[in-house]
Design a protein around this ligand. Structure first.
Ligand SMILES: Nc1ncnc2c1ncn2[C@@H]1O[C@H](COP(=O)(O)OP(=O)(O)OP(=O)(O)O)[C@@H](O)[C@H]1O
Length: 240
């Protein structure tokens, strides 16, 4: 098992009740897990607890059987944290600058930018990009930290549907090729069904409900219209 959250409880300062209450969750090596649920059910909080940005009041969070510490996992927050004074190329090079073990040349970085359709923007600054473009840069930056576990908080939320489909296909191919473990937050149930091995629904009463996605791998875009996916989506819609 890669990641274990055991009886994790967390209450924000000055709040009366916990937002995360005795959460038990395991994620296997190479698994693609999505977190879904209404706004405010604690999805982003779970990712912040796993990264170590927040510390659980009770319970344990371990990665490869050791307590997680800041920097162990790759994390893309909901709000992109691109540095406004650095070009796009320099923004995605930052991991390699900070961590010497990451070997990322400018050439490699340029070819990654090309893969996400941002070839012509390497010298642009974040404020010259649209929301969707910035998301793609933030996503690349997270990917290029070379961590095994990636936590992605609504990475494709601001994308138009065509770009979103392209990014989904690309994410699936990278996930398979690089054997990453992914925890993915989305409000798009079709996206959750299409990408995931398992979907975790966070409910208002702070419990969770897990669903295994019965679609084979690899996934193809045609599966978006399959009966299995449509039914699963409908079922989740009712529960949410
Ligand atoms: N820094 C904070 N201080 C106090 N309360 C917070 C803080 N951050 C989040 N909360 C509260 O914790 C609850 C869970 O927030 P969280 O952002 O984890 O939900 P979410 O499921 O990710 O929501 P969304 O789908 O809207 O992104 C909400 O009620 C929110 O108001």
């Amino acid at each position: 098992m890669t990641l274990l959250l055991k009886n994790v409880t967390y209450t924000f300062p000055k709040k009366e009740s916990p937002v995360i209450d005795k959460l038990y969750l395991t994620v296997q090596q190479g698994e693609f897990v999505s977190l879904i649920g209404k706004s405010g059910t604690g999805k982003s909080t779970i990712l912040k607890l796993i990264t170590g940005l927040l510390t659980a009041d009770e319970g344990e969070i371990s990665l490869y059987k050791k307590p997680v510490t800041l920097g162990d996992v790759g994390y893309m927050p909901q709000k992109d944290l691109l540095f406004p004074w650095r070009t796009i190329l320099d923004n995605i090079m930052i991991g390699a600058e900070i961590q010497k073990e990451i070997k990322l040349s400018k050439e490699d970085a340029r070819s990654w930018l090309k893969k996400v359709g941002l070839k012509d923007y390497e010298q642009a600054y974040p404020n010259q990009l649209s929301g969707g473009m910035r998301q793609r840069v933030a996503f690349l930056r997270t990917l290029l930290t070379e961590k095994d576990v990636l936590l992605l908080d609504e990475p494709f939320g601001a994308l138009d549907s065509i770009t979103k489909k392209e990014m989904q296909a690309w994410l699936l191919s990278i996930w398979q090729e690089l054997d990453k473990t992914i925890i993915f937050i989305t409000h798009d149930l079709e996206e959750a069904c299409y990408l995931s091995d398992r979907i975790i629904l966070l409910k208002d009463d702070r419990t969770i409900e897990e669903t295994t996605v019965p679609l084979p791998r690899p996934r193809y875009q045609e599966m978006l219209h399959s009966q299995i996916l449509l039914e699963l989506r409908k079922e989740l819609e009712k529960k949410i």
